[in-house]
Design a protein around this ligand. Structure first.
Ligand code: SF4
Length: 216
């Protein structure tokens, strides 16, 4: 058991260090946080208390309890996953996220060469991670790493999207079989694809790499 844990740890850390160098060559800042506590501490240190923070739809953010940590930090958190909001209120929050001081999102897949791939149904997350907020933090556990852009698309369509469709109780084929069927359904969460090849020119950008598995 001991040997296994050590090897998992070594592998996660080594892959993150390799990726961090690739990301820096693409203009991104890269930070590696060893565990969830170190991650929350880093984020609540680099984000000032008076900054508004938009949260993208991300299971990783919630699993890591960053949403709670930011509220405790005193930040105004713009979170459209707040279940007490009406659809109209959720859309108003999505609008405000586009001009937040800071936007935080998960990543659906990141290639070995540092390309960042995301898919959305509504598109608010892809808009915010491309232009609008002054600073963006995008988070990826090692389970998000894919060998190539083709591998990234396979991972998103056959791992991330089915799990999200199931979580959202959507009537898509992937929520029944666990695999993508290129549905094109009205409820499809795969309507828009965004690939960041390099850092968007006018946004401060940090990719936070986590040497463990988190989110879908
Ligand atoms: S295209 Fe449709 S079936 Fe395929 S992963 Fe997306 S929502 Fe699921």
């Amino acid at each position: 058991m001991k040997y296994s844990e050590e090897i998992h740890k070594w592998h996660g850390q080594t892959q993150c260090e390799f990726l961090a160098e690739k990301l820096k060559k693409r203009g991104f800042d890269a930070e590696i946080c060893s565990d969830p506590e170190a991650f929350r501490k880093y984020m609540t240190t680099v984000i000032k208390q008076n900054e508004t923070v938009g949260l993208g739809g991300s299971v990783s953010i919630r699993e890591l309890e960053l949403d709670k940590a930011l509220v405790e930090n005193g930040n105004e958190v713009l979170d459209h996953w707040n279940s007490s909001l009406s659809m109209e209120e959720k859309n108003a929050v999505r609008d405000r996220q586009l001009s937040a001081d800071v936007f935080i999102t998960g990543i659906n897949a990141i290639t070995r060469e540092g390309q960042i791939v995301n898919i959305d149904g509504v598109g608010n997350r892809l808009a915010a991670l491309t232009f609008g907020p002054k600073r963006v933090f995008a988070i990826a556990g090692i389970n998000k790493i894919a060998g190539s852009l083709d591998d990234a698309m396979w991972r998103i369509k056959n791992i991330a999207a089915p799990k999200n469709a199931k979580r959202l109780n959507l009537s898509t084929p992937c929520a029944k079989t666990g695999f993508c069927h290129q549905c094109g359904a009205e409820t499809s969460i795969c309507r828009i694809i965004n690939i960041l090849e390099y850092k968007p020119r006018q946004t401060e950008y940090t990719i936070v790499l986590l040497p463990f598995e988190v989110g879908y």
